[in-house]
Every structure is written in C-alpha cells, then in structure tokens.
Design a protein around this ligand. Structure first.
Ligand SMILES: [Mn+2]
Length: 330
C-alpha cells in the first residue's frame, strides 16, 4: 500500500466518501480532509452513499456535501478516498458506480484490517482513536492548520469515536488533538448542543421504548436491545440516533457486551456490538463477515431478527466461556 502523502501530488481529481449511514467520525473526517485538500489546491468533493443523520447535518452547513442518488454515475475522478472504512462493500449503492468508473482507491481509516482491504494507497493506523485523528495528523504532515470549520468537524469525529473522551481509546494524544482543535476554533459546548440538545420531542418516546425492549442475559453480562423495523422507521423520521439506546444498558454494572439489533428488513438485521470488558467484539463480528474495533464492532446479517439474535448470542456465550476456561488454566 502506497503512502497517501507520497501519492497526493499525483491524485488528480479527488472524491471523498465513507461508509453508509455516516457517523460523526466518518462525516467529520471527510469534512476535515476536504478543507485540507482544498487548501493544498486539489480538486476535491465529498459524495456520501446516503444522507447523514439529522443531528450531524449542521456539519454540512458551510461545506458542500453531495448525496449519491441510487443508479447515478460516479462523477469523473481519478482518486476515490474511503474515509473511516476500507471496503467498497461498505459504500452501499455507491459501490457499483465506483466499480464502473474504476478510480484509484485510497483509504484513510483506523478499522482493524483496513491496511489489507480495497485501497492501493493508504493512511491507516488501527491504533488511532478516530479517523479524525488521522486527518489531524495529515494536517501536521502536510504543514497545514485546520480552520474553524475543519476543526469543528474533526472535533466531532474525535468525540464520536471516543464517546466524548469516555472510552478506553481516550489517551493523552487524544486530549492533545482536542486541545489543538479547540485552539483552531472548535467550540466544545456549542458542538455538544448541536449534537445532543436539538432533538425532537418524539425522541423521548423512542428512547423510552428502546430502553423498554432492553434485556439482560448470560449471567448479567450481556445486554440486548432489539429495534423493530417500525421503531427504526420512527427514529429515522425524526432523525433520532438509536445508538443512544445502548447507553442505559452500558450503565448497568457487570455488563460486558451490549448488542443492538436493528431490523432493516424482515430478513436483514444490522448488529452493533459494544464491549466494556475484555471480550473482543471485532473478532465476534468478523466471524459473521463484519468488522470494527476491539470494543466497538458491527455486522449486517441476512437473517430474521430472532435467528440473528440467537446466532450473536451463542457467539458471545462462546467467547465468554473461552475466556473463562483460559483464565481457569492460568
Ligand atoms: Mn471511526
């Protein structure tokens, strides 16, 4: 894999994109990278596979962000940069358009295995807390400073993937980057308000219902929350980020893994896994063809809800048992 920085002078026209259902890290990193590349004189645009959730729309107010329309061609470009993902398979409907145009594929990502995925050019570090950290490092390497718009976007990236500096990937380097972004104009309190204090009143009912559907199993160590297609649609209508439903489960003492299952269709379930103990959820997701990080991973199963839940449950049960027998031997 060729270095992204070395390749840049030959990049030509660049399109930035990321995984479907972009989160704060995916979108914020693209916006940060967009302003870096623009500042360096590159022809660059952002093209998302689908629209961001409503709470992230404020990031797009001063940066042009286009949404791919199903069936449309990829605009002419020489290089496609995958941000916060490394596989064309995660681009949804955009994937086929990319394959028809055949641009060079570059990757700016921190997911496990992204250095061996679809990019021939890359800036990859699986130790990075967020893709936004990688973009911040690119600013440094290229001798640039983020402006206020880029700093705000990169701050959103950092807080999304560190859970506002609560997760175990929060280290001294993360705070150094956060401090620098604030110095560059990011306003933490204003960003918090934009992300979490602009929710519609209906979000309370959705949150309550999600919490009501939470179940704790496997000796109190694993929490499940199954989101029916109907609830998923209600959340989508008001732009509510359902990841928030996992937080109350994660607050229960003794819980090691929280599983959220979203019923995308009658035989299609998106599974999100969050670990707070020593269980490596990336390895569990990988068994089913998904991926992510040790403490946060996901996979989409082409199965009905009940069967998806049962399969994930036994994989977690096996991981818990394996760990116990390992510690029993030592
Ligand atoms: Mn990320």
């Amino acid at each position: 894999v060729e270095s992204f920085v070395d390749y840049l002078p030959r990049a030509g026209a660049i399109i930035l994109t990321g995984h479907e259902h972009p989160d704060g890290d995916c979108l914020g990193s693209q916006i940060g990278l967009y302003h870096l590349l623009r500042g360096l004189g590159h022809e660059v645009r952002i093209l998302l596979p689908d629209a961001p959730i409503r709470s992230l729309e404020f990031l797009c107010r001063t940066t042009p962000v286009a949404i791919h329309e199903s069936g449309a061609e990829l605009p002419p470009c020489d290089t496609l940069v995958l941000v916060d993902c490394a596989e064309l398979g995660r681009l949804g409907a955009l994937r086929d358009a990319v394959i028809r145009r055949r641009p060079r594929i570059a990757v700016v990502d921190h997911h496990v295995g992204s250095d061996r995925a679809d990019g021939s050019i890359g800036f990859v570090d699986v130790e990075a807390a967020a893709s936004g950290e990688l973009v911040w490092r690119l600013y440094r390497e290229l001798g640039r400073r983020p402006d206020a718009v880029a700093a705000e976007a990169l701050y959103c990236a950092l807080v999304a993937d560190t859970g506002w500096f609560r997760y175990s990937n929060t280290d001294a380097k993360v705070f150094t980057i956060a401090a620098d972004l604030v110095a560059c104009g990011a306003d933490p309190a204003a960003i918090y308000d934009r992300l979490y204090r602009c929710q519609p009143a209906q979000s309370l009912g959705i949150l309550a219902e999600g919490i009501g559907r939470s179940e704790i199993e496997l000796d109190g160590r694993v929490g499940f929350v199954a989101i029916s297609h109907g609830l998923l649609e209600r959340a989508a209508r008001v732009g509510f980020d359902l990841d928030q439903v996992m937080e109350p489960l994660r607050s229960v003492g003794g819980i090691e893994v929280v599983v959220m299952l979203k019923e995308l269709a009658s035989d299609r379930v998106k599974v999100s896994l969050r670990a707070s103990g020593e269980i490596d959820v990336q390895r569990i997701a990988k068994v089913f063809g998904g991926g992510g990080h040790k403490k946060a991973a996901g996979v989409t199963l082409e199965l009905p809800m009940a069967e998806s839940r049962a399969r994930i449950r036994s994989a977690i049960a096996a991981a818990l048992t394996a760990r116990e027998s390992a510690s029993g031997l030592s």
